[in-house]
Every structure is written in structure tokens, then in C-alpha cells.
Design a protein around this ligand. Sequence first.
Ligand SMILES: [Zn+2]
Ligand SMILES: [Zn+2]
Ligand SMILES: [Zn+2]
Length: 339
Amino acid sequence: MHELRKDILLGRWIEVLSESRAPSEYEISENKKLAEERCILCEGREGETPLEVASIRRPGTQPNTPGWWVRAIPNFKPMFQVEGELGRRGIGIYDRMNSIGANEIIIESPEHAIKPEDRGIEQMVRVITLYRDRMVDLIKDIRLRYVLIHKNSRLDFGETFTHPLSYLIATPVIPKKIKEELENAKQYYDYKERCIFCDIMREELRVGDRVILETKHFVSFCPYAASYPFESWIIPKRHSCDFHEITAGEIEDMGFIMVSVLKKVRKLFHAEPPLNYFLHTAPNRVPRRNQWHTLGDDFHWHLEIVPRLMRRSGFELGSGLFILPTSPEHSAKHLREVG
Ligand SMILES: [Zn+2]
Ligand SMILES: [Zn+2]
Ligand SMILES: [Zn+2]
């Protein structure tokens, strides 16, 4: 029989199908030809991009010239603008405000065809360090409530670049999915006086059949009620709500675990599947609003990695009840055993 499982973090149900589909039964489209000649994100074409906001580069090289390993630039067509006032107001029963925020591209490799996981742990460490540096900088802006760093790789809808990169979007509101995690984590804490993420992590380590990899500072596992087949989380063992408070030792270890998991995903499907990842961290705490004052105790930052192997059905879109053709236990087993 198929099984309904409740996601205790988001409070929603998902269905796990009884006959788990193997990785080989998913169809992955051919990798698009890399438009390398026309790519202006490659090293050497710095003059054609907006001026960089930050970079990690070889000593002695100048900003906006070659010599960088990772580089953050404003997005070409930003959805949010840095300058201006929020201008919150009501129109009848509706609320509006200006789309103040930041929209950056984090270029993760100077070479078009070499992803950070292929360049090695050192490169991934630079990527994570730049994530942290950008976040530390942006949370100083009290107009901004949330900074979401995420990756859309090979998701063909309207993607402009095939260069290895992630996006940073900072918004003046807390996005719905984050709010749901925050609210449910808070409720759980109010009831049990324990962090829901620490509890989930302890339970996963106790049971073990959904764990992919455990390192000194991190655990990677497939969530019990995942939203997608082969979805996995990377979570720090040390309780901390803010990603930007990650230590140097943790960055090093996170570089290792990210490289391992991303390579495992690729090996498992003998190709590079379309993939998202999302870095979920605590929102910016605005001093005068204290509804999130327990956040330091009840929220725990984490990275969600989601290979996008299938489209959502009408039922899933209409109901929010997701169907998992491969169980989290099978997903974890495949990921654990590959490479
Ligand atoms: Zn490129
Ligand atoms: Zn925790
Ligand atoms: Zn999350």
C-alpha cells in the first residue's frame, strides 16, 4: 500500500508510493549545448557585466579584472532595486510596497565548463565564503527582511546563463515558505522546548536509513516526508539559526559535504539533472519587531538540495499534496551507495 507521511516541519502530508522508482527510470533531458562563446560571465569579460559587489581573487589582482575565483555582481535585470523607500500603503483591502531589495548573481567559477564541485573542495569553500560575506553585508540594511541564496541549474524556463552560478535575492518581506518553517519551528519549540531541526537530525542519526553522509560538523539525509524524490538536506550539527555565523572549520567541512552530495547526485543519474538548492537561514531581525525573539533557539539553518526529476501533476499543484515515486529510504540508499 502507498503511504501518507506528515512533514512535521511544514505540517503538510505527502504520499510515498510503495514501489520505489529506481534512478534509471527517471528521464533526464540531454544537456543543452553550452553557449560558452557568448557567455559574458566567463573570466576575461568582466567589462561586460555590472561592476562586481564582491569577489575572492588572486592576491594583487584588481576588482573587475581577471584573477577571481568567485565573484558577485548585481543581476542584469533585477527584480528588486536597492535604492529607495519601502513606501508601504494600503489600497482598499490590499497592501502594496515598492520592490526594494537586492538581486545578485554569484558566479561560482571563472571557467564556463568547470563547476565548483569539479574544481574541488577549495573552490566550494570560496563559494560558501562568498555566500556568507554577501549575507553579512546585506543584513546591515534594515529595510531588508530576508536573504535567500539559491541555485537553479539546468531548469530551462527562461534561464539566461549556463555558467556555474547561484542567485541571491534579498526581499523586504519574509517569503511564505520561510515563514511557514519559522512559525512551525516556533510552535514546536513552545510545546517541547527543543529545536525541531535538532530533533529531526537526532532522529535521522538514530534511525540511520535516510542518512547519506555524516561528517564532523554536518549531516546529510533525505527528509522523512520529502517534497521531491532524491531531495536531501545538509544541516550543521551545531545548533545555529544564522548561516552567516558559520565558522571557518564548518565552511571547510561544508565544502566537502556539498561537493560529495552534488557529485553523488550526478553519478546516480549518469547525467546532470536539473537541480535547485536553497539555503534557509533566519530572517533579518529588525530591532523594533520582536515576534521572532525566540528564533535563536527554535530555528536552525540548513541547505535543501532538490534534483528536479519530474513535473508536478495537476493534483499536486491543486492540492499541495506531493507524490513521491521514490521513497526517502530508497533515495538515501542509492545516494549513500553511489561513488
Ligand atoms: Zn561562462
Ligand atoms: Zn537546532
Ligand atoms: Zn528549509
